[in-house]
Structures are given as structure tokens and as C-alpha cells.
Ligand binder design. Sequence first.
Ligand code: AMP
Length: 361
Amino acid sequence: MSAPPPPALPPEAPAPAPKPKVALSLIRATGRTHLGNYLGATRSFAQLSAREDVRCYFGVATLHSLTTLSDPRALKRDIRGVVVDFIAAGVDPERAVIFDQTAIPETLQLSWLLSCLTTAGRLERMHHWKEKKDKLAELGQAANVGLFTYPILMAADILGPAADLVPVGEDQLQHVEFARDLALRFNHLYGDYFRVPTFLEREAVRVPGLSASGKMGKSEGDKATLYLGDSYEAQWKKIKVAPTDPARVRLQDAGHPDRCNIGGIHKVLTHLGLHEEGGMEWVTDGCTQAKWGCAVCKKRALDVMEEGFLREIRERRAAVEARGDGYIDEVIREGNERARARIQPVVLGAMERAGLITRWV
Ligand code: AMP
């Protein structure tokens, strides 16, 4: 006789929905957003804000802005400008929380807690600090302590909302690494508490500047920087005269793998899937075999960007600017409330873990 069939298994319970990931990144309010900010950061912000499985917190790093800025009127103007840039880049303000770093005082409390877990030696080794300090010294100026402790405040920004993903450009990777180390150190001392953030689910990029410097950035000057808010004609005027002669640009001397800065931009576009027809092959082949001149190469880079995102960014910017400052202020006010509601309990919990008493009732 054969054995009786095994009893039927109970129907499987549906698997619980995975917890959404938290993405966090901030941008300083120190002037107009450029191509480096977009390809390195805000483009990812827009992609993340469209995802169902990610909660986004994108902020204006107003406190960090003070480390290099001392013009209150410019700062006030640029705060709204960063938020316009987020929305123009495609961040959906209905889905993402857009906030001002200053509106979350708990971030500063956490920053203090973390500063007590950091040695001065560790901060002295940060590339960002070394670069900025040396640049200021060349101008005969001394660096302020805010610049020195910049990475600690950034770590507090990241750990405060318990972020998993931190979309940043390549220049900020060391700072995210540092935030990871601080999370591990805190957890080691006080028991598992902070999530250990990763960067992003892709390799970070570095957009070269248009002049002889290695990186596009606000501090590299106007000639080196392609602003997103400019017209196509203004952008072409700037890119057309950008030096591309490898002997003058000397990117390779500075440890940069690209032959010239425009080649570097083509490479980033290709890497991000924005360049068609083989992208880099087209550039390297055309350049090394002198099939086309630099002007053709530059025009092609600008046109790929114009079709890929620049026109769309300009249109979205015009639409959001037409809604006026009142709309932007409302987005920030609401975002501040939502961000603080998320961050405050995390920070108070961390303070309690460290032995502080946060509620004297
Ligand atoms: P900042 O303007 O320094 O606050 O930078 C804001 C964001 O833009 C950070 O995530 C930077 O890593 C990113 N970013 C700035 N410049 C570049 C660049 N040239 N290439 C890639 N990412 C950049």
C-alpha cells in the first residue's frame, strides 16, 4: 500500500512589503546650479523621487554655505534658487521632502555628538579640507573652523534621517565614507542604532570644468562652469571657446584620465546612458584620428545635452518661476515640517543612547 499523500500546506502568507529606502542629499546655496551639480547629484534626485521604494529628503545646505559665504543677501536669494533648481531638474515636490538645513536644529545637536567621536587628525586628512585650506592660503586667507568640521555636519545630515542612499558627486565620496565610519563608531560604542549609509546604486561621477581645472565647480569661476539656467546660445558661446588642447588643459597631468575636458563631458554622458551611437568611441576615434575638429566635438556634446535634458530643465524652470516665491516658500515650509518630524526622534534617540537626558518631565 502506498503512503497517504502529505497534508496540503496552508496558503502562503503574502510577504511583507519591503521597507522603503531613505535617500538624503543637500546642496549648498552658493550660486547658480551647474552641469556638475546636475550630472553628479540633482539628476539622481529626480530619478529617486520618481521611485515608489524610496523616500527622498533633499535639502539646501544653508549652514554649510556659511563656511565660504559672508553675503547675507546673496544667501537669502540663493536658498530659493536651489529649490527652483531641484524642481527644474525634475524632482517632484509632491513626493520628495525639500527642506532647509537651518530649520532642523537637531542636526546641530547630532553634529556635536558626532564631533565627540572624531579626532582632529581624521579631519586633517580629508581631501576637501586640504584643497580648500591651500586655496585660501594662496589668497593669503585662513580657513575657518566651519570648513574644518564641514564633514561632521554632513555626517549629521546623513545620519539624522537614517539615510540609506546618499546621491552625491565623486568629490563628496570621502565625506560619505566618513559618515559611514561615524555610524559604525557610534553603533560600536552605544549599541546598534544608526543605519550605515551607502552612496548610490551606481558609480559617482566627476564632471570636468571647461577651463584648465580638473572639476567643474562654483569656485572654479564662470568660464569653467556651464550653468543650467543659461540659454542654449549662452552655453554655446562658453563651450565654443573652452580650451581643449591637451597641452594647455593638462588634465592628464592632474591625474585625470581624459584627453580633454570636453572628452570628459562626453564620457560622463556616455556613462550615464545619455550619449547615443557609442558615445566615447565616437569621441576617441574622431579626436585621435583628427576626423573632426574640437568645435564639432563641442557642438555634439552640447546638442546631446540640449536634447537629453537642458531644454527640459529650462522649460520646467520657467514654469516653476512663474508660480512665484510664494510657491517655493510653501514647498520649503512643508518640507521643513516633514523633515523635522523624521529627524528629531532619531537624534533624540541617539542623545539618549549617549547618556544625555532629553526629556526632563
Ligand atoms: P555643492 O555645490 O558643492 O554643494 O555640491 C552639490 C552636489 O553637486 C554634490 O553632490 C557634489 O558632489 C555635486 N557636484 C558638484 N560639482 C560636481 C562635479 N564637477 N562633478 C560631479 N558632481 C559635482
